[in-house]
Design a protein around this ligand. Sequence first.
Ligand code: AMP
Length: 397
Amino acid sequence: MKILVINCGSSSLKFQLIESDNGEVLGKGLCDRIGIDGSFISFAKGEGDKVKKEASIKDHSDAIKLVLETLTDPTGGVISSLDEIGAVGHRVVHGGEKFKSAVLVNEEVLKAIEECNDLAPLHNPANLIGIRACMELMPNVPMSAVFDTAFHQTMPEEAYLYGIPYEYYRKYKIRRYGFHGTSHDFVSHRCAKLMNKPYEDLKIIVCHLGNGASISAVKNGKCIDTSMGLTPLEGLIMGTRSGDLDPAIVEFLCNKENIDFHQVLNILNKKSGVYGLSDDLSSDFRDLEDGYNKKDPNAIRAVDAFCYRVVKYVGSYVAAMNGVDAICFTAGIGENTAFVREKILEHFGYLGLYLDKEANKKRGEDTLISTSDSKVKAYIIPTNEELEIATQTLKLL
Ligand code: AMP
């Protein structure tokens, strides 16, 4: 069955048409600058080159229309009619406590997603617009909602509660939710396959290191902890996000810089992380690697702090699970940046994990990067969130 996977951001929409029988990507693309001057669509057939076309895209409904026209275009498209699309899988960022797995969309589900809008005010409304636009244009096609938070819903209370008055959990559901769930789900399952062991018997740590970055601890087939929290701001030092910090810094900065807390949050989301730590050198690890090799102190400071935070999280999850069988690296940095993996893994000799430096040179393919005599395995496992969304959608049908 052909499944269209839709990932709506506030001003962009990514899409992939996947043949679910074999996971083949028939076409993929992006509508960007939705509602802003200079909007465009880019599209690639299968593994082909991207073709970019300027287009007027006023809103997400326009974007969906354009996606469907592009997919069915007689010359540049990949299907001859919309009837070929068997289902649409939508990525939804926040499912709160309500959604512990993917669901088929109906009006009740849409209402429940809307109730989570407070928890992800930038993302959930855009996700909902995308779903509604698709429902309007393809009224007879089943739609699923696949949540970034769902995989982490198995966390125990001790892991998801913050040390604040319990009434705030009771009243507002303030707790750790975690994100990148489809990626942690996909990679941890893939890891069990590569190890040829039952998923339920393993202790796995997944390091999703991209521009946004998070770590999860998966014990006996269940996520028991993850580094992102109520929002994706908590946890690791990221591209531009600060990750963990003393909450008192917010008031301190307000007073010192004479700014309000919205401005501080903007700094913590957009000007911090490796970007801020590198004194605005870059949020991109390709630049930081370059700087690191040239011994630029700005790059060294940012990369060292990034890796140290990952090491601390991995160490704490080893303790939380009372051991670990495998540590997996995924996403842009995790899959591509050998020196970062090396800097992280050199801390885990005490677990009996030793890096195979030759294997670690690989990028972008499933690779065992620990030596054959290592007690704990380490892997590069490229994530595939779209395929996971398509797979979960197919299961629901
Ligand atoms: P993501 O958010 O998963 O797309 O990851 C983005 C991050 O991955 C950026 O810091 C990129 O510099 C890094 N990245 C992506 N591709 C490469 C590559 N080929 N080599 C090094 N870093 C990469």
